[in-house]
Design a binder for this molecule. Sequence first.
Ligand code: SAH
Ligand code: SF4
Length: 457
Amino acid sequence: MEAAPPPSHILKPPASTPTRPAPIEGAGMRFGDRPPRILPPSAPSGMRSHAPHRYRGAFFVEPRPLSLTLELKRPTLAEPVSGPKNLAGLTRAQLQAALVDSGVVEPAKAKMRTNQLWRWVHNFGVTDFGRMTDIAKDARARLEAEFVLQRPEIVERQVSKDGTRKWLLRFAPGVEAESVFIPGVGRAGALCVSSQVGCTLNCTFCHTGTQPLVRNLSAAEIVAQVQICRDDLGEWPSPAVDRQLSNIVFMGMGEPLYNLPHVADAIDIIADNEGIALSRRRITLSTSGVVPEIPRAGEKTQAMLAISLHATNDDLRNELVPLNRRYPIAELLDAVRAYPGLSNARRVTFEYVMLKGINDSPAEAKALMNLLKGIPAKVNLIPFNPWPGSPYACSDWATIEKFAAILNRAGYASPIRTPRGRDILAACGQLKSESEKTRASERRKAERADALDVQDE
Ligand code: SAH
Ligand code: SF4
């Protein structure tokens, strides 16, 4: 196990004293020490700390800190869409509406055409109308004139020495997110997808948490991550058996329960039997604990649930996962107990990142065991994955094993997650679209400048 040595400048925050001021939450807001911002999709990184700024004629004013009494609102920024409509990641209903609204397909044929397109797009992975051989040539030409079937741009593709693959995808200028395929995880291989660009919650151990929210990803953009992985694996049409991509985990960038409508639509598309046909039981939503959304998430998606717990008392969890100040552990566990469909065969996963000297003592293992009593649960111990400037170190291997043994003795399966793809910063919590690599960031800076030039015309 390659527990990375802590950098010598590591500053360990005291376990029980919050080092950050009171949390801020609201529309597009992040918890933590600086007022969060929603950025215009094309804002160059240099603009990240300035406001107001202009994007496509609209002013984006830095939000002022909101009080804790405000209701949670999902951040919304219109997705900049121009050019022909992309049909590649629409829901069935959206696809049918697009065909009819454009006048390309008459209402009487809309259902049949939708079914045909659906199969080509989601079962065969086709991105060219010309390959849809059961659609008449003139109908194909009309579709081609009006629509596209487009993947997002792959800005960077990296393969780790352990086989993990990571893609940095660009959905629009300045809107980039990463997804990671990890072979040998789940039944065959798991794809870790992003639900947001950046995150509004700045958990102190998470790299994504250092990136302000740019915007929620659309359902199509979430589905596109799966499509790109399948393109790369050459896994079209959807195989009935022996799939390489067998599981999907919403453990990439962002908090999926702050983007539930899009996440739920994406799951409907991915799980559709005539398309990618991935069982909902092989799809896992991971949340840092957005309590009011947990029951809705279960009802809408019927996906498996994972909770990023990481601490056994509120003082420490307030520090590590600042959202805990809003939804403390007891409330979170009540919501978990009520999650629809939980049973011994469908357990909730509690994720617990192992932070040296912070949350890894035998007493905390016992406290965790007590907290989970009565919940059909398993624990996933995640060795902390360091990132440039991260303020923690990973627990020693012996400490992690001791922690796991205590849970195992109490009857909780508690596998230690082998860090994967650390050499390409693809492991849990290391994702960030603003790659630290100068080459990539300089290229993007130039491109963003181009995009801004166009808008100013
Ligand atoms: N926002 C969601 C899902 C994305 S994070 C959530 O927080 O659950 C996916 C998982 O990676 C979470 O369990 C998160 O706590 C964990 N994680 C974040 N940063 C990490 C790091 N540096 N090392 C190990 N795990 C990390
Ligand atoms: Fe956001 Fe999850 Fe990272 Fe916390 S751990 S900052 S919720 S992505």
